[in-house]
Ligand binder design. Structure first.
Ligand code: PLP
Length: 462
């Protein structure tokens, strides 16, 4: 399997190289040259299998010679062993025809664990083989950072540096990043918002001298391996409701477009997904882009669903590349225009996007009201990101087509928003019950690429 960059100017890589590289050297994102198809029979055979077995079958065609089947099987087993639900990604019925896919049973209580735990295992295999050392650099709106730290803490040949926007993550999120005592963990509170963190990340990756000197590796959802791991639960969920014999719709609470892009790849592989519904909070650039064709960057307004507080949505570049017929120079040009505030999606590309995606938004009040509604109707307490999805999903349910909304985080990760909505503070699961008693370690840092570079050079142990 060969991986190519969305901007067409970076070397073609194999899976392991694409995983270790993260962001392509031309500033683009890697995607497989062709998406492997699964036959109807192969998809039907997934129904009822264990999550780990489905993962092995879905992921294998993308790996090429990078890992043996035994290595991959072992990595998948270790990645999901720590999840506290036997199904890994259980599906529950919310209302007739509307289901919730619970993706928060991993160690840090958000869906990011699905990809990060696997990528942690695959990095270890690759680094052991090569003897290489790396500095992992991530930007987070909260959940990616804690998931990455959990996946890489304590490893010999890895330092993990996570930038998050100072004051803009929930206390649980911050503590998950600041309390691991391992010397190779570095939580950086950046004076800026999440888009600033992502911009600094790109600055450092685009400084090729620095990148090579410290062995910079990226585990944000710009990393193809992240997207790949997330394809799996679309298969487990859809086949448990009768796919491939019937069509299934999904609604995904969306920020950086990684999770929903994984759904679109599942669809390209042959899974009969009807519609993928992009659900945004008040930071609705994606909803505006899909409704009007204008991708215009506004300012981020902090919300009660902070993991979706974003204006520049990295993985949307991958969807654009597919919609523009894999034309790297067209994408390069759009991204150039983005530097001065935005671009217009061509009519052809917009039509292509609309064949797969529809969209909607939820305001702060609507999000909060939906947490309360779901509690009244079902007794379930959902997190604010999930509430955004459920609100938008309800507007897009089609007769006879099951709708699956992705529940991306555990409500205990966002206790303030939940308490405001329903008057109760959901308790943390037992393995995290003492989170508020643990010591924190945080480095406050300016929104400045040079300052961040110096800190990495000074602190790295690997
Ligand atoms: C990251 C995250 C999202 C958004 O996912 P993307 O892949 O960035 O679109 C939604 N909800 C939660 C809880 C998250 O952590």
């Amino acid at each position: 399997m060969r991986y190519v960059s969305t901007r067409g100017q970076a070397p073609v890589l194999d899976f392991e190289q694409a995983m270790m590289t993260g962001l392509a050297r031309d500033g683009g994102l890697y995607l497989p040259e062709t998406v492997p198809a699964m036959t109807r029979d192969q998809i039907a055979a997934l129904a009822g299998l264990r999550y780990e077995e489905v993962a092995l079958r879905v992921v294998t065609p993308y790996i090429g010679d990078s890992f043996t089947q035994d290595e991959l099987r072992g990595a998948i087993a270790r990645a999901y062993a720590g999840f506290d639900h036997v199904s890994r990604a259980p599906l529950i019925e919310l209302a007739p025809g509307h289901h919730l896919l619970e993706l928060f049973h991993g160690p840090t209580l958000a869906f990011k664990d699905f990809a990060m735990q696997l990528i942690g295992q695959l990095f270890q295999l690759a680094l052991k083989r090569s003897g290489q050392r790396v500095a992992i650099l991530g930007a987070t709106s909260g959940d990616t950072g804690s998931a990455a730290i959990e996946a890489f803490r304590g490893l010999d040949n890895v330092d993990v540096f996570i930038m998050y926007p100072h004051g803009r993550v929930s206390e649980v999120q911050r503590r998950q990043m600041s309390t691991p005592a391992d010397a190779n963990v570095h939580a950086l509170a950046v004076d800026g918002n999440f888009d600033d963190c992502q911009a600094r990340l790109k600055d450092l990756f685009n400084d090729h001298g620095f990148r090579d000197e410290v062995g910079l590796a990226g585990v944000n959802s710009i990393n193809w391996a992240r997207v790949l791991a997330q394809i799996v639960y679309y298969f487990t969920a859809a086949t448990s409701l009768g796919a491939p014999a019937r069509e299934i719709d999904f609604t995904v609470p969306t920020g950086n477009f990684g999770d929903i892009l994984a759904g679109s790849i599942a669809k390209q592989m042959g899974l009969p997904i009807g519609r993928l519904v992009v659900a945004t909070n008040q930071n609705d650039i994606l909803h505006r882009a899909l409704s009007t064709g204008e991708y215009r960057v506004g300012t981020v307004a902090p919300s009660i669903s902070p993991s979706m507080d974003i204006q520049v949505s990295s993985n949307f570049e991958r969807a654009l590349w597919l919609a523009y017929g894999r034309d790297g120079s067209a994408i390069g040009q759009l991204m150039e225009e983005l530097k001065s505030g935005g671009f217009t999606i061509s009519q052809g590309a917009l039509e292509h996007l609309r064949e797969t995606y529809v969209s909607g938004r939820a305001s702060e009040a609507e999000t909060s009201a939906m947490i309360a509604t779901i509690r009244e109707e079902t007794g379930q307490v959902i997190c604010p990101h999930t509430a955004v999805a459920v609100k938008v999903a309800r507007e897009h349910i089609r007769a006879g087509v099951p709708m699956i909304s992705l529940a991306t985080a555990h409500p205990a990760k966002f206790p303030d928003a939940v308490e405001d909505a329903v008057g109760i503070r959901p308790p943390l699961p037992p393995h995290m019950a003492d989170l508020f008693a643990r010591d924190e370690r945080i480095t406050r840092i300016a929104n400045d690429a040079e300052a961040i570079k110096s800190l990495i050079l000074e602190r790295r142990t690997a």
